[in-house]
Design a protein around this ligand. Structure first.
Ligand code: ANZ
Ligand code: ZN
Length: 907
């Protein structure tokens, strides 16, 4: 049909063209077949078309605003993706598709976090070389992701274990090295005896290895570090610039752990050394009645007296075996021993005893404290136990006795017995005054301390980016020159950890032996590799320019695409990956290499997918289960792994909800779901089942219900489809259609709600809005029955039939494109604009209510037509003109004429 349609000949045109009633009633089997929802066929067809036309590929386009949506790239494991992963990837895809339809140039890339422990462990288990294994697994992931219809720009796929990528990981390492942010140092490090490697602090969870759960030991091995502490302040300050969940920001802020205080020196009696302490409460100095050193403190040997040497030595040996977590626990009974030494309290000259105790950690502050039992609970418990004097600095009453204290007084009171400070309150300003006094009297100075430690990056493992440093006997550490990068990881047969703490690369002479780039003499390569978290600290930059072979990325590409606008991934990375990526970004920014200093402007973390899982009660003599039941560890229950299930009769299994994972044998794959229900149903279910941040209990009934809905909307769209008139915009409204007005309101409110909700990550309510619109259309269809629609109805139906594919497309992209094609349109809905809300159509109908008092008109109120009666009464009573009457009289009765009038009768 072509040319302009006028309402006058509209009906003729429709009736001639589509004698739909006849057709509908005598619909052949053939046609029924056609309108059946054949999701397998549809999804395959569109996935192939999208891929063939490279629909999701983007290039820099300065004329368009950009949107960069990113999910944390996965390590491709042999188990493949589960629907648990889908719950992370699908929501971002919905946002990206929506943004594309809003006219943004949308970058949504995907790649593989392929270097590191998980891949290497899996390869070892399977007796394979990870270099061969990773691409196979990645291909499977790519296939699965395509099955779910996600709009990735596969031209930008990256693999962090390929030389073309890790060459630039090495290059960035060297930029950090040259600016002093990477260094080799010796420190007691976390050692996992099972994985036979060193772990970063962030990889130690409750004293155990993050991968294999083995208790972590301390070992002294030279290691490479990134100087995260140098950027602590920037890392903390930057958190104010980003839109992240408050909980995640707080976790990171606490991990950085900024704390203001003072360093104060306490000279040791009859000794030339003095003990430096870090305290946040220098205002309590007069109350310091003893000191405590960490058992590892370097001054210990020089101050311990001969008669205390044995007990100190044996305490120290015991203490180093206690985990840091336990040492910091407030519940643990405090222990310690006297060193025999005394130190001088610099504010009052008192000689106070020096102890060692394991509640003081070597890794924080100066590894030594002044103990103020009256105001610090740990010190209080220690003083009580070892009968050390307690001295109040702050008192709440002038006659307060120290003997009355049942616990330390951290707050409240005023200072007594501290000279010029007497009478000052227990607050920050007092602390600052004391710090100034200490500085003036050369007794100490203000400092800021951070809990954050430098980031340990070296691994004595094969599967990582080799650290690009050469050790020369003459020149020392020499960076590998840029034109000799990458330092390639040699492909070898044997790469298992050596178990001695050395890297497997150290056993490969062809790798190790080289010449010094500076003096040309024989030299040795560094044989440690970088932990996987280095690779993932900049991958979001590489996506902007993934095939650049002369630079890590071009300035143009990062300027256009970055920072990432929306980042999605698990909150378990809050103090690991998210912190490291911010650190690299800031380091590159400080070096002038990029022009922004926060990588992820907005970050959201999804809930887990839980599966109903067989398990058993733990025995009394067993340790508690570490399974996770939606955030809460399950204490009395253990998963029955698939190979353990035969050991217990099935009727004795205890079923619980547990996080979906291969090792628990409770995984549901997107493949089976796409096969049985289709990707659109899977997508709908993932979005609808619960708010994004909440955990989801996976159930097949749930996805069946989602599938039923997709079928339903499919059927309704199809039965109405026969009324579609392509030139509907030219049909003029005939002024009589209240029911069509209500329908259009429903349609345009749905457009607004779905858009707003997607933007806000309220996917479940966006789906609910589509369902509600579907209900309205279904009711309309039933009402219409076999009658011919009038011109208003045809205009509305055509508008709805054309809008619905657009509206559902971020969520059900395959169905949307199929419908679009059936309307005779070209291409994919992905390239269409998001429908505009007709504000007038979306607005609620307004009614005017007359307010009377004793039958006389006092006011008129304009209210939405659907305002409930009680609300109308309440508003009437609040009307200014009524309020004055109510001051002097009480209400006797209220008469209401619905939709028109309210009459308040007074006594
Ligand atoms: C005296 C004092 C009096 C303290 C008082 C507190 C309260 P944050 O806030 O975490 O920085 N401390 C210092 N170094 C320590 C270490 N290596 N191991 C264990 N504890 C250490 O805590 C700083 C406070 O923790 C310091 O201030 C010190 O105790 C203790 F009423 O000094 B305070
Ligand atoms: Zn040299």
């Amino acid at each position: 049909m072509s040319g302009q349609l006028r309402p006058s000949h509209l009906f003729t045109a429709i009736y001639i063209r589509i004698p739909w009633r006849v057709e509908y009633l005598t619909m052949s089997d053939d046609r029924l077949q056609q309108s059946r929802y054949n999701f397998q066929e549809i999804e395959k067809k569109w996935q192939q078309r999208w891929s063939k036309s490279n629909l999701f590929h983007v290039e820099i386009d300065p004329a368009k605003p950009k949107f960069y949506g990113l999910v944390m790239f996965p390590y491709p494991s042999g188990a493949g993706l589960s629907v648990g992963h889908c719950r992370n990837y699908i929501p971002l895809d919905v946002v990206c598709r929506y943004k594309a339809m809003q006219g943004y140039n949308v970058l949504q890339p995907m790649g593989w976090d392929a270097f590191g422990q998980p891949a290497e462990n899996e390869a070892i288990k399977r007796g394979r070389n990870p270099a061969d294994m990773v691409p196979e697994y990645a291909a499977n992931y790519r296939r699965q992701l395509n099955l779910t219809g996600i709009a990735y720009d596969w031209d930008r796929e990256i693999n962090s274990s390929e030389a073309e990528y890790y060459r630039w990981t090495q290059w960035i390492f060297l930029q950090l090295y040259k600016t002093g942010l990477a260094y080799r140092g010796s420190a007691p490090v976390n050692w996992c005896p099972f994985d036979k490697t060193v772990l970063a602090n962030e990889e130690v969870v409750n004293g155990r290895c993050w991968r294999c759960d083995t208790p972590v030991e301390k070992r002294n091995i030279p290691q490479w570090f990134f100087r995260t502490t140098a950027l602590a302040e920037q890392l903390l300050e930057g958190l104010t610039k980003v839109q992240w969940p408050e909980g995640v920001k707080l976790l990171q802020a606490n991990w950085i752990g900024r704390s203001e205080g003072a360093e104060v020196e306490f000279p040791v009696v009859d000794n030339s050394v003095s003990i430096k302490v870090f305290t946040t409460r220098p205002d309590t100095l007069p109350g310091a009645t003893f000191m405590v050193l960490a058992p590892e403190h370097p001054l210990l040997d020089s101050i311990t007296t001969a008669d205390c040497a044995d007990s100190v030595a044996s305490y120290r040996d015991r203490a180093v075996r206690v985990s840091e977590i336990d040492r910091q626990s407030t519940e643990r009974v405090k222990t310690g021993v006297f060193t025999g030494a005394y130190a001088v309290n610099p504010v009052n000259g008192e000689h106070i005893p020096v102890y060692i105790a394991d509640y003081v950690l070597m890794g924080y502050g100066t590894g030594a404290i002044m103990a103020v039992p009256a105001h610090d609970q740990r010190d209080f418990e220690f003083a009580k136990k070892y009968d050390i004097p307690i001295k109040l600095v702050y008192v709440e009453r002038s006659d307060q006795k120290v003997e009355e204290l049942m616990e330390a007084l951290p707050s409240g009171g005023v200072i007594t017995g501290f000279g010029e400070f007497d009478g000052l309150p227990n607050d920050k300003s007092t602390i600052h005054k004391v710090i100034r006094w200490l500085e003036e009297h050369n007794a100490g100075h203000g400092v800021v301390n951070y809990r954050l430690r430098d980031w340990l990056i070296s691994r004595q493992r094969y599967w990582g980016a080799p650290i690009p440093i050469i050790h020369c006997a003459k020149c020392g550490q020499v960076p590998v020159p840029d034109d000799q990068l990458p330092v390639r990881l040699p492909k070898v047969e044997k790469y298992e950890p050596t178990g001695t703490g050395g890297s497997p690369l150290a056993g490969i002479p062809e790798f190790v032996n080289t010449v010094c780039p500076e003096c040309g003499e024989p030299a040795r390569r560094e044989t440690d590799t970088m932990g996987g978290s280095a690779c993932s600290s900049w991958y979001f930059l590489r996506y902007a320019d993934p095939h650049n072979s002369s630079a890590a990325f071009s300035e143009e590409a990062t300027r256009y695409w970055l920072p990432v606008d929306l980042y999605c991934g698990g909150a378990e990375h809050a103090v690991g990956h998210l912190l490291y990526a911010r650190f690299w970004t800031k380091a590159l920014y400080n070096a002038g290499i990029i022009g922004f200093d926060e990588p992820f402007m907005k970050y959201r973390n999804q809930g887990d997918v839980l599966a109903y899982t067989p398990g058993r009660k733990v025995e009394a003599n067993e340790t508690a289960g570490e399974e996770n039941d939606g955030g809460e560890p399950i204490q009395d229950w253990k998963v029955l792994k698939p190979d353990e299930r035969h050991t217990i009769p099935e009727d004795q299994w205890v079923w619980r909800w547990a996080r979906m994972s291969k090792s628990k044998g409770n995984v549901v794959t997107p493949d089976e779901m796409a096969e049985s229900f289709g990707a659109d149903s899977l997508r709908l279910f993932c979005l609808f089942v619960a708010p994004y941040e909440e955990n989801v209990q996976w159930s097949n009934q749930g996805i069946e219900a989602a599938h039923k809905f997709v079928n339903r909307i499919w059927r309704i769209w199809h039965t109405l489809r026969t009324h579609y008139c392509e030139n509907w915009r030219d049909i003029e409204w005939v002024d009589n259609g209240a029911s069509v007005r209500a329908l259009r309101r429903s349609l345009h409110q749905a457009i607004r709600k779905v858009g707003d909700d997607i933007e806000e990550f309220h996917f479940n309510t966006a789906v609910a809005a589509i369902m509600s619109l579907t209900n309205d259309l279904s009711a309309f269809r039933n009402e219409l029955g076999n009658n011919a629609p009038d011109s208003n109805q045809i205009r509305f139906l055509s508008e709805a039939l054309e809008t619905i594919p657009l509206l559902v497309s971020p969520i059900m992209p395959h169905v949307a494109d199929e419908w679009w094609e059936e309307l005779g349109k070209q291409g994919s809905v992905f390239s269409q604009r998001w429908p505009a809300v007709d504000e007038a159509a979306a607005a609620k109908d307004v009614i005017t209510i007359v307010v009377q008092v004793n039958g006389k008109i006092r006011d008129k109120m304009e209210l939405p037509a659907d305002t409930p009666q009680e609300e109308i009464e309440k508003l009437a009573m609040l009307s200014e003109k009524v309020v004055s009457d109510l001051e002097t009289h009480s209400v006797k009765k209220i008469f209401v004429v619905p939709g028109k009038l309210i009459n308040i009768v007074l006594n």
